[in-house]
Structure formats: C-alpha cells, structure tokens
Design a protein around this ligand. Structure first.
Ligand code: ZN
Ligand code: ZN
Length: 266
C-alpha cells in the first residue's frame, strides 16, 4: 500500500472508529472467506447478514463417526468420510455425493450435501430463483398503519439486502424483518380471526397457503417493533388494483416467513 492511501485509511479509522481496511478492495461491502466447507461470500459487517441466512453447522468430529450415518458403511482407507455442508453429519461418498447450491450459507459454489439436505436445498433454490425476485420487485398495496382510518397506496418491496420491507408512496417508511413478531396472510373474502387465515404467531407456523386452497391471498397483517421502539405496531396491507401481482407477492412473502422462522430458530 502507498503511504498516501494508508494515511487516508488511518484518518478514516479515527473518524468512524472502524478498523482500517482498504474499502476499494471490498465490492459491495462483501468479503470472500474460505471455510472448511468451501468459499463463502459474506457481508463485511456481521449486522448485514440476510435474515434468511443460516449458520454453518458444526461438523461431527471424525473420531465420533466410524460408519456412514445413512447406509452404515464402515469407513476405512478406501471408503472415505465426507461431511454434509448443511447438517454437518458424516457420510460415505455415495450418500453425500450431490453438490447443491446453498445460498442461505452464502456459499459461492454448490456444496456437498446428504440426500435429505439436498432435497431441502433444492426447494430453497426455487425461493431464491423465483419468490425472492418477486419480493425485490415489489407490489402495490393499500397500506394502513396501526388502527388509523387513513390509508395510502404504496409500493411494498424487500430491500436488496433482504433486511427491510420498504414502503413507498407519498410517505416512506420501512419495517425491519428481524423486528416482525407476527405475520398473517389474509385470504380473499375472509376477515382477520377466521379459521382459514394463516397466522404466523411469532412466525411459528409454516403451512403453505396453496395447501389450504381457500382462495388467493389478498392482504397481510404484520405486527412489528419500529426501530428504537419497544411498542408493537400494526401494519395492514391490502391488494390495490393489480390483485394478481399482489397475490403473487404475498405468496412469496409467506414463503419468506418460513425461511425467516427457520433462521431465527437455529
Ligand atoms: Zn453411506
Ligand atoms: Zn445433511
């Protein structure tokens, strides 16, 4: 590093009290980290992790696994053991041969997973390929804050780092996903409290709307704590003119809630 630029980073460090790093070498505040499981692209700042992300599992220690945890094959010099990158359990090559994308653990390339985990990861790939794009694209809703009579037509979309719902109309506000305590998807023709409404009390349920098959989602009721407040706020969004777009967005949000819950639960 040249004298000038190192001086610059020192003075920057003093002003903001962050460790001196060459920010130009860090595209979008992300860094490549090599873990035993593979190469990962992580946010520079730990606070910027996607709320859907999962931590890497602890690997079952070699001394604790003499046999494949699926087919019971005994390991030796020929039959080597492999760890599943998603669950950390130990398998033979045959039972852990699939390499599947695992964006929730920020792996750059597909990684080795057991058959059980690879099925889950393949399903999640659909969320990343389709629903996540729908959420980032946004939908138009009639938004009511709290129990107020006033409502406003706003675009509701997920932020690029997945951490906020941005609501934009004449006013703007945001909901941090980590501060959502409950989420209800409202079904067309029903009102809150009826049995065919899918409630995420503390995001605990993970049932899919389509399984119930009682009409398309038309709105969402959220309870969350606004930033720097401990009081729970209610937010209600209802489909505006484009009911189809809104319903697709709400279905995607429903799926996101499931991932959110799993990430919190780990
Ligand atoms: Zn096996
Ligand atoms: Zn596994």
């Amino acid at each position: 590093m040249l004298g000038g630029s190192s001086l610059l980073s020192v003075s920057r460090c003093r002003m903001t009290e962050v460790p001196a790093i060459d920010m130009s070498a860090v595209p979008d505040g992300k860094k490549l980290v090599r873990s035993p499981s593979g190469l990962r692209m992580l946010p520079e700042n730990g606070a910027f992790f996607s709320p859907f992300s999962l931590e890497e599992p602890r690997w079952v220690p070699d001394r604790e696994c003499a046999r494949c945890m699926q087919c019971d094959t005994k390991f030796d010099f020929i039959r080597r053991k492999h760890h599943c990158r998603r669950c950390g359990r130990c398998f033979c090559d045959k039972c852990c041969s699939k390499k599947v994308a695992l964006p929730r653990m920020c792996f750059v390339d597909p990684v080795r997973q057991c058959s059980e985990c690879s099925l889950v990861s393949q399903k999640e790939a659909e969320f990343y390929d389709k629903q996540l794009k729908v959420l980032l694209g946004g939908g138009t809703f009639v938004v009511t804050l709290g129990t107020s009579e006033k409502c406003e037509t706003m675009t509701c979309r997920l932020s690029n780092n997945h951490r906020y719902l941005f609501l934009d109309g004449e006013s703007h506000f945001e909901v941090e996903l980590s501060r959502i305590s409950s989420m209800q998807i409202l079904i067309e023709g029903s009102s809150p409290g009826e049995t065919d409404i899918h409630t995420y009390t503390s995001l605990l349920d993970s049932q899919l709307i389509c399984e119930a098959g009682t009409g398309r989602p038309s709105g969402m009721l959220l309870h969350y704590k606004p930033m720097s407040s401990q009081d729970v706020q209610q937010l209600r969004v209802e489909a505006a003119d484009d009911k189809k777009e809104a319903s697709t967005w709400l279905m995607a949000m429903h799926k996101a809630a499931k991932l959110l819950y799993e990430a919190r639960d780990q």
